[in-house]
Design a protein around this ligand. Structure first.
Ligand SMILES: Nc1ncnc2c1ncn2[C@@H]1O[C@H](COP(=O)(O)OP(=O)(O)OP(=O)(O)O)[C@@H](O)[C@H]1O
Length: 211
C-alpha cells in the first residue's frame, strides 16, 4: 500500500432495509486515476462518499494513508481529499469569489496557477459564475477544489452533464493533474471515457467490488 492511498475493509452501508455496500474490500493506490465503474445503482457514489467521510459505513473500516478515517480530523481530511460532484455547485458571485471561498488567503499568483491547471482563461476571473458554460463551470469547481492543494480528488461523474468537447477538455485537465502526482478517484459512466482516463478500474456491482 502506498503512502496516501485508500483502503476499505469489509465495508457495509445500509439505507433502510437496502444494503448499498455489502462487504467491500478494496485498495485504491495513490498513483494515477482509479475509475469506479459499474451499472447504475451499483453503489459507486456511495463508495466515493465514504472516502471523504461525507458518509460513514455501518460496519467495516476505511483508511487513508494507513490511518482509519475515524482517527483523522474530518476538516483536515477534506483539505487533503477534495471532491467534485456530478452537478457543478457554484456559489453566488464571480469565479474569483468562488475560489476565495475555498482559499481566502490565496494570492493572485496561486489563483492564476490553479486556473491554468484546469485550462480556464484568467479573463474569466471577474465573470459571474452563473454566466459560465457547463464545461467552464465544472472546471471552476475543479479549480476550487485544487486551490487548497489536496493530495487526492474524488470525482463523481463530473462530466455526465457535458457535451463531448467540454468533456474531453475536462478529461485532459485531470489526466495532466494525475501525471503531476494528484491521486484521482473517478466514478465513471461512459465506457469510452473509462478507457481514455483509467490507469485501473474497480468494477462495482450490486454493492460489491469485484477483483
Ligand atoms: N439515502 C439513500 N436512501 C435509500 N437508498 C439509497 C440512498 N442512497 C443510495 N441508495 C440506493 O443505494 C444504491 C446505490 O446507490 P449509488 O448512488 O451509490 O449507486 P451508483 O452506482 O452511484 O449509481 P449511479 O451510477 O446511478 O449514480 C441505489 O439502489 C440507491 O437507490
Amino acid at each position: 500500500m502506498t503512502d496516501h492511498g485508500f483502503s476499505l475493509r469489509d465495508v457495509v452501508v445500509r439505507r433502510g432495509d437496502h444494503t448499498v455496500l455489502d462487504g467491500v474490500d478494496a485498495d485504491i493506490p495513490s498513483d494515477g486515476i482509479t475509475v469506479l465503474w459499474g451499472p447504475s445503482g451499483a453503489g459507486k457514489t456511495s463508495l466515493l462518499r465514504l472516502l471523504d467521510r461525507l458518509d460513514v459505513p455501518d460496519s467495516g473500516s476505511v483508511s487513508y494513508g494507513g490511518t482509519p478515517l475515524d482517527d483523522l480530523d474530518v476538516l483536515a481530511l477534506r483539505r487533503r481529499v477534495g471532491m467534485v460532484f456530478q452537478r457543478a455547485t457554484p456559489f453566488a458571485g464571480t469565479v474569483r469569489d468562488n475560489l476565495a471561498v475555498a482559499a481566502p488567503a490565496a494570492d493572485d499568483e496561486a489563483v492564476r496557477r490553479v486556473l491554468e491547471r484546469v485550462s480556464l482563461d484568467a479573463s474569466l476571473l471577474d465573470r459571474d459564475a452563473d454566466t459560465l458554460s457547463g464545461g467552464e463551470l465544472q472546471r471552476m469547481c475543479l479549480a476550487r477544489t485544487l486551490i487548497t492543494e489536496p493530495e487526492a480528488v474524488l470525482l463523481d461523474e463530473p462530466t455526465s452533464a457535458l457535451d463531448e468537447e467540454p468533456r474531453r477538455a475536462f478529461e485532459r485537465s485531470v489526466l495532466e493533474l494525475a501525471r503531476d502526482g494528484l491521486t484521482v478517484v473517478w466514478v465513471g459512466h461512459h465506457e469510452a471515457q473509462v478507457e481514455r482516463v483509467a490507469d485501473r478500474v474497480l468494477r462495482v456491482e450490486d454493492g460489491r467490488v469485484l477483483a
